[in-house]
Design a protein around this ligand. Structure first.
Ligand code: CP
Length: 321
């Protein structure tokens, strides 16, 4: 694997190898007071973030540091980007200084792909516009695998602002690859056109023989009893230039995960949210803090998954050689 830009087209074996490595790293660090592995000593990871982030940026930094890499954080706000420097010049400048891997978040869909064509280093997409956020989907899969055992044959219901969500796009592709069914529940205004046909990865034909892997609905109450996991999405107000729903209250009434709705889920089902959450709108306070919610597990697994991604990009091939 040279870059990680998207979950679309990733083969099941590749995903399983990444998730297994994340699990092995988690076990290797369990109970250790000094969480430091020598795996990436002498390697330099640069995080280049043109959009705000708490979880993704911090966990890539922790992941790199726990594997002894040198990690340099370049927020666009405090860099020469603010003076008008282009993405290409910024990236070439950072790689000329010796970066082995650039982790990029950018508001433009496709930015990570463009970058991968310009620089000689490994590139990881940490979120590009409304397009993809592959490490989020991988950490969600790691959390679901941990809680449900397998994703094969499971149903995951994704709720909310699918239209603007790179998390939803990445998850749909990855979940289908791992054999899960995806049911999308959203207001009609927040569902992209043709979303039922998403998930055109290498394992699509296996699905076509049986049924469609992606279904769509607008009734959350009807969907919950048949779901193994419900993934609430953030309503991305910063990407909305118009009225997509009448009011936050109306959104919450139809699509918020309330205590009463939590009761409609099967006993074993879990609740995910990629964060940051809008409590009281997308998800009730009591639901976010309930034992059914695996939101802090997602964050915790995010570090191990990002360690696994950096390991596979920067060290695995060398170790095999
Ligand atoms: N889930 C996620 O990408 O969170 P951040 O924006 O805090 O990185």
């Amino acid at each position: 694997m040279r870059h990680l830009l998207t979950t679309a087209g990733l083969r099941r074996e590749t995903v399983t190898a990444l998730l297994d490595t994340a699990e092995a790293l988690k076990q290797a660090l369990l109970g250790r007071q000094v969480r430091k592995l020598p795996t990436l000593r002498g390697r330099t990871v640069v995080t280049l973030f043109y959009e705000s982030s708490t979880r993704t940026r911090a966990s890539f930094e922790i992941a790199g540091k726990w594997m002894s890499a040198d990690v340099v954080n370049v927020p666009a706000g405090g860099s020469s980007v603010a003076k008008g420097e282009s993405l290409r010049d910024t990236a070439l400048t950072l790689t000329a200084m010796g970066a082995d891997c650039v982790v990029i978040r950018h508001p433009a869909s496709g930015a990570a792909h463009r970058l991968a064509g310009w620089v000689p280093t490994h590139v990881v997409n940490a979120g590009d516009g409304t397009h993809q956020h592959p490490t989020q989907a991988l950490l969600d899969a790691a959390t679901l695998r941990e809680r449900l055992g397998t994703l094969n044959g499971r149903t995951v219901t994704i709720v909310g602002d699918v239209l603007h969500s790179r998390v939803a796009r990445s998850n749909i592709e990855l979940l289908i690859t791992l054999g899960a069914r995806v049911h999308l529940v959203a207001p009609p205004t927040l569902l992209p056109w043709g979303v039922q046909n998403w998930g055109s990865g290498p394992h699509r034909e296996e699905w076509e023989e049986h049924s469609r892997p992606v279904t769509v609905g607008h009734d959350l109450d009807a969907a919950l009893p048949g779901t193994d996991a419900v993934m609430m999405l953030r309503v991305q107000a910063e990407r909305m230039h118009g009225g997509f729903f009448p009011s936050t209250r109306e959104y919450s009434v139809s699509y918020g995960l309330t205590e009463a709705r939590l009761g409609l889920l099967p006993e074993h089902a879990v609740v995910l949210h990629p964060g940051p959450m809008r409590r009281g709108m997308e998800i009730a306070h009591s639901v976010a803090d309930s034992p059914r919610a695996v939101i802090t597990d997602q964050v915790r697994n995010g570090v191990h998954v990002r360690m696994a991604v950096l390991y596979h990009l920067l060290a695995a091939q060398e170790e095999q050689a």
